[in-house]
Design a protein around this ligand. Sequence first.
Ligand code: MN
Length: 245
Amino acid sequence: MRILISNDDGYLAPGINALADALAPIAEIVVVAPDSNRSGASNSLSLDRPLSVQRASNGFYFVNGTPSDCVHVALTALLDERPDLVVSGINNGPNMGDDTLYSGTVAAATEGYLFGIPAIAFSQGAYGWEHIDDAARHARDIVQRYYQTLPRPYLLNVNIPNRPYDQLNTVVATRLGRRHHSEPVIKASDPRGKEIYWIGPPGACKDAGDGTDFHACAQGQTSITPLQIDLTHTTQLNALARALA
Ligand code: MN
């Protein structure tokens, strides 16, 4: 089994190192990840400049680009053979509800999925690397247990609670919850007195009800949401067609 691993926190992040260590015993792995933290990059591709690929002493490839760039370059140039699975993460912090639209972690997996390869994005339910090795071992369990049996191709968004391995014993299928809109930008001044703005933190949960990813993680359960890419609002399609007639 061949697994392509990427992330959005960069090739030096503890999350991708733990994931690579956990998957190496069960698969032939290749790591291609951004050279720096590109969290929030979503599905962006770098079209305004060329990309360069370098190799670190541990064998990881790193790219001066986005998570989607990394998987794109890996699949279309670097790899001799198509991987059986693309995995992304393990992200520092959750990717639940509306986060999935902005997430570079989910985007790296999505790029694999767009090429027709099964793909899984892994994130920890809370920030901080506490229990990252536990999460990585649990991620390997999920790959081993479900890789073969799920209908293909699939794009899964997995959030793992930050807790010891022996407490990671419940895995549930969820839908995405919803967040309130983001907090306002944070205003500051640059050294020349010019006003600058930091994008603020994500909003609080709006829909964290039963069946959502937020709810599962809050209960200490590992959440797996199957994602799709088609953004068509199918229930509005007929109404729109009537309005345009
Ligand atoms: Mn990240």
